[in-house]
Design a protein around this ligand. Sequence first.
Ligand SMILES: [Zn+2]
Length: 310
Amino acid sequence: MTPATDASPVQSRRCPVCQAEPGAPVWIKGRLRVVQCPGCSMRYANPVDAELVNGDFYHHLAGPFYLSPDKTAGDYATIRFARERCIFRRHCLSGRVLDVGCSTGGFLHSLNRLFPGDYDVLGMDVAGPALDYAKQQGLSVIRQPFLDASLAPSTFDAVTFWAVLEHLSDPLAFLAHAASLIKPGGHCFVLVPNLDSLAVRFLGSRYRYIMDEHLNYFSRPTLLQLTRQISEFAVVAIESTHFNPLVLWQDWRSPQERVPDADRAKLLRKTTGWKESPALLPARWAYSAVELLLGKVNLADNLTIVLRRR
Ligand SMILES: [Zn+2]
């Protein structure tokens, strides 16, 4: 195993899905070492920098990335969480909602704006400056790591993890804690990048989202295997969603070890603008058809799973 290039401490991990010992690296990209579990085929980063595990990294990243005007404009655009809201509303039409890893609060803010009075929302994150922004937008937030927070059990109708589980050293512990907070009949929503996406199949480790901060690379089988270990949850839906052809094109044309955070935020804002432009409506129909098709064959960018508390 190649040692870290600076003094940051690293932690080694077992498979986050089946706890087996790690296998050999299958992807090496800068400091990132991704191994494949010989037991369940889960791909995950090992070893990882301690600051990615304890959350310090995100606290420091919050200023330059999460709070850049491009990122906040993108996250607060109505279209940004449209797919997530659509799935969410199919299972939860009202009640108390906790968004874990809420960042600047884009998802919760959109719920309040589009469905006024339907939800009582609460956000949590370890990135302090991002939470400050969420609070300035009128959202209630808790500044504590999720596993340490003292929240009353069985009091939430929904807990959401939008693009969070891929960042966690122990995603199973987070799901188990979520299960304890959700009322019987309530739901947990999880969105993660899809290891079997067209983008990963085509680009491999050149894909920008094979990155230091992403500690876990779930496929449909490994995501199901993880969630089924929480006996309080029943799986009610799993689907493949989202497709960003521009990312595919850019990463194929000019692969970089790490796409600068500012460039990622700029692209997010640009594609959000296109999705909202009336002039591009016919192009959007074609795009939606492609996205739908990719989703049907499990090749879209993300996986979303919905779990019901028994
Ligand atoms: Zn495993």
